[in-house]
Write a protein that binds this ligand. Structure first.
Ligand SMILES: [Cu+2]
Length: 159
């Protein structure tokens, strides 16, 4: 009887698939994503007038610090930001400054909170808080993982 040769400790060969997976993971973790930086500070002047805010749309990333200088160019106006509980009032010719951290992703309306005339209910703006870089990287990593699992499952011979 011949003894079976001992099976050598398995060395996992680096296959092309594994190499590609490794490159993808490193890429997802390290490649800079255009448009994303560490949290920024935005200095924004918002002018309120009958019956609009200027600008009427703000776009920031989650985690950014937003420093607002609110001015009113005709009558008394207010600035109420949904979801953030921010409400300020500004007299014409003066300014009101406030700062907040955009710590919630999504779209939030800001509206005038002082009855300033006939079209006051339509005095609305929008704050868009995009997801931050960490969310994008985590999503991309999850996508790579799912892709790798699907490929692996496909390669396996069915029992
Ligand atoms: Cu108003």
């Amino acid at each position: 009887m011949s003894q079976a040769a001992p099976v050598p400790a398995q060395r996992r060969p680096i296959t092309a698939g594994r190499a590609i997976l490794l490159v993808l993971i490193v890429g997802v973790l390290l490649v800079p994503i255009p448009g994303f930086r560490t949290p920024q500070t935005h200095n924004i002047v918002i002018d309120a007038s009958q019956f609009e805010f200027s600008p009427a749309r703000l776009t920031v990333n989650r985690g950014d610090i937003v420093q607002v200088t609110l001015t009113a160019s005709d009558v008394v106006h207010g600035f109420f930001l949904d979801g953030y509980g921010i409400d300020f009032r500004v007299e014409p010719g003066t300014s009101q400054e406030f700062t907040f951290t955009a710590d919630r992703s999504g779209k939030f309306r800001y509206r005038c909170s002082v009855a300033c005339g006939a079209l006051h209910p339509f005095m609305i703006g929008e704050l868009v808080v995009g997801p931050n870089e960490l969310v994008w990287r985590a999503s991309a990593l999850a996508a790579v993982a799912v892709g790798a699992m699907l490929l692996h499952a496909r390669k396996r011979p069915s029992a």
